[in-house]
Ligand binder design. Structure first.
Ligand SMILES: [Fe+2]
Length: 461
């Protein structure tokens, strides 16, 4: 018999324990003709109350939600990813693993279980739909039913680890991705892989890194990939001594490692700059020998303890910055877009790595509480527009969908989940990406709430 979840789970963070299907969701307004494909969401949603210290974003079992758009209908499916830990804990009827931050905090019967929770995002590439996680391999899931097909290692070519946020080059269809070379929890260097549009790994090289950090996201331009190293540091020795496995080491610098696409790891150019946390990247492109890298920047990451295990209290929230990186001079110039706070940046991925104008994020409308606004940033005018659904509402990361395959950049729709606290229920709204401060074009009404999660993707039909 499972116990209730503790009071630390409140509101839309309380886990949702039902899996199911809705054949035809009610829609207010009109679905845009041509909106055909699937909107995926992933996020932590533990099936059992946690064991000991718990870091929801890393430790919670991944639950994937799919909204299948076709004709004038939207069909909904949600399923947990059947990871090893999910299946073993279901068998045991309780949580067996502790947190990523303290890998030793597991039940004595569970020391062989991977803590891969498959909860971070969905990557659609080469016909595969993959649920990624922080320090492990992705899980492949069925694109329609969300049934778990198992861990996916690219035919053995990526044996240990694939980062959460790879980048797909729209010109070639190649996926560029980094991973750690050695299996968790041994420290190691990084690997860089290119996976072609058919799913074959065509290039692998090893990169010596300044230190062993959590590399969550990356930049990609037309000709370069950029590996990020921020002071969220893995330290197995510290963990063995009873400390946190990942901690914020504030005295360290940050590094960006620029490498020609398909290049050897020895070609990387490291650019050292101030310690900070670039949680998520919006896009990057080349201009006059510079790499313009757009990123949500925190002065200090919130999600990691100090090396002594204490958690920070004086936090500053993230905001969109443009880092102008000069690989020749090995410098980074930082500029903040405006005074708004935002996270979960996205763009029109048909223009990934190329000059672009429009970016979007989930964000804050004012005082920083839960994410309560969707922002549209116009890099040409420096102007921001926002969609604020109202009191008691929370939003999640949007996704951009073009109005047609050959539409101009930014001509399309933003899809975003809105939690309506007053009704304890969620909607999926469809916004005009050029006028997100107007009323939604369509509102797809769910009978239930979708727990505040992490990332997702749009997969065209
Ligand atoms: Fe992420």
């Amino acid at each position: 018999m499972s116990k209730p979840f503790p009071d630390s789970f409140q509101g839309n963070a309380i886990p949702w324990l039902l899996e199911g299907d809705v054949n035809d969701l009610p829609v207010i307004g009109t679905l845009p003709p041509g909106l055909s494909g699937t909107f995926y969401r992933n996020g932590p949603n533990p099936q059992y109350p946690p064991r000991g210290h718990y870091a929801n974003w890393y430790d919670g079992d991944g639950m994937v939600h799919a909204f299948h758009f076709g004709g004038d209908r939207v069909r909904y499916v949600n399923r947990w990813v059947r990871t090893e830990r999910f299946e073993r804990e279901r068998e045991a009827g309780e949580a067996l693993l502790g947190t990523l931050f303290a890998p030793q905090s597991v039940a004595s019967t569970a020391r062989d279980i991977s803590r891969n929770a498959a909860n971070a995002t969905i990557v659609c590439h080469a016909g595969k739909v993959l649920a990624t996680w922080e320090t492990g391999l992705p899980h492949e899931i069925d694109p329609i039913t969300l049934e778990t097909r198992g861990l996916y290692n690219f035919g053995g070519a990526i044996p240990h680890d694939m980062m959460v946020h790879p980048k797909i080059d729209p010109a070639t269809g190649d996926m560029h991705v980094f991973g750690r070379t050695t299996p968790h929890p041994e420290p190691g260097n990084m690997t860089y892989h290119v996976v072609d549009r058919t799913g074959v790994v065509t290039h692998t090289t090893e990169i010596a890194v300044p230190y062993d950090s959590m590399t969550h996201d990356m930049f990609m331009t037309e000709n370069f990939v950029v590996l990020t190293v921020f002071p969220a540091v893995y330290d197995h020795a510290r963990e063995s001594a009873g400390g946190p496995y990942v901690a914020w080491e504030k005295e360290r610098s940050s590094f960006l490692g620029a490498l020609p696409k398909g290049g050897a790891g020895t070609e990387v150019v490291w650019i050292e700059f101030e310690g900070c946390w670039g949680s998520h990247t919006m896009n990057a492109y080349e201009q006059g020998g510079m790499l313009l890298c757009d990123v949500m920047r925190y002065p200090r990451a919130m999600l990691f303890p100090d090396p002594d295990g204490s958690w920070p209290t004086d936090l500053e929230f993230p905001a969109l910055h443009r880092w102008t990186v000069d690989p020749a001079a090995r410098t980074v110039a930082q500029r903040r877009f405006d005074d708004a706070n935002g996270e979960m940046p996205v763009m029109d991925v048909r223009f990934r790595g190329r000059p672009y104008r429009h970016g979007y994020s989930a964000g804050w409308s004012g005082a920083v509480r839960g994410l309560d606004a969707i922002h549209h940033y116009d890099w040409d005018t420096g102007r921001r527009r926002s969609f604020v659904p109202g009191d008691g509402c929370l939003v999640q990361e949007p996704v951009f969908v073009p109005s047609a395959p050959d539409a101009a950049e930014g001509d399309g729709y933003l899809l975003a989940l809105v939690y309506r606290g007053g009704e304890n229920r969620s909607d999926l709204v469809v916004l005009d990406a050029q006028a997100i401060d107007q009323d939604p074009i369509a509102t797809i009404k769910l009978p239930h709430r979708i727990v505040t999660g992490l990332h997702g993707a749009w997969r065209p039909a």
